[in-house]
Design a protein around this ligand. Structure first.
Ligand code: C5P
Length: 222
């Protein structure tokens, strides 16, 4: 059976994860965080001590890694070879290297297959970069969230600070801009809105406002 998908794509810091989780709850769908899968793949590469510019070695490590998400307790638990790596995948070293790992076509092929398998036969809000363009081109609703770089860096800084990671605005802004540049300019499934995606600028909006907007869209389309 086909999946019923709400695709939420966009760059880092647009409020994608927060709003996707809440949207899934409100419409009675499941939630799939595809970025967490790319982060787990990146952690596997870093732990193997393989340089991220050694494409073949890197792809071999990811091919052997067992990546899974467990949502049975409400929050997403990220599993790498059976180990809970939910905290480790948010660390700065993973964030700094995830764009290089996720640019590899073999890495993408493996994770896209996993994403389609997880969604099969379900109603699911899927969050990522290429969900509306590549993973689920037939999604019932495609949303592309945007926000100014300043708004995105401010949100990420708040999240990092709340999670106890030591950083500052300029560092976060540089990291957000660098990652979005790499994600948008890669050859394999670059970050871009699907032709039929609804563009949604969240710069000046609160989370409840963005959520309301998405619920209205979902009610119209699904
Ligand atoms: O969403 P999150 O910030 O956790 O994503 C981490 C990284 O994973 C992104 O910067 C991007 O390089 C990669 N990614 C991707 N395709 C997706 C989801 C994430 O390439 N569908």
């Amino acid at each position: 059976p086909a999946a019923t998908v709400i695709a939420i794509d966009g760059p880092a810091g647009t409020g994608k994860s927060s709003v996707s989780k809440l949207l899934a709850q409100r419409v009675g769908a499941e939630y799939l965080d595809t970025g967490a899968m790319y982060r787990a793949a990146t952690l596997a590469v870093l732990r193997a001590g393989v340089p991220v510019d050694d494409a073949d070695a890197m792809a071999a490590v990811v091919a052997d890694a067992v990546i899974a998400l467990d949502d049975s307790d409400g929050a997403t638990v990220v599993l790498l070879d059976g180990e809970d790596v939910s905290t480790a995948v948010r660390e700065a070293e993973v964030t700094a290297n995830v764009s290089a790992v996720s640019a590899h076509p073999d890495v993408r092929a493996k994770l896209v297959e996993l994403q389609r398998a997880v969604a099969r036969g379900r109603y699911v809000v899927v969050e990522g970069r290429d969900i509306g363009t590549v993973v689920f081109p037939d999604a019932a609703l495609k949303v592309f969230l945007t926000a100014s770089p300043q708004a995105r860096a401010q949100r990420r800084l708040r999240q990092d600070t709340a999670a106890g990671r030591d950083t500052d605005f300029d560092t976060v802004l540089a990291s957000v801009n660098r990652r979005d540049h790499l994600d948008s300019t890669r050859a394999a499934s670059p970050l871009r809105p699907a032709d039929d995606a609804v563009l949604f600028d969240t710069s000046e909006l609160t989370l409840p406002q963005v959520l309301d907007g998405l619920i209205t869209l979902a009610e119209k389309r699904i």
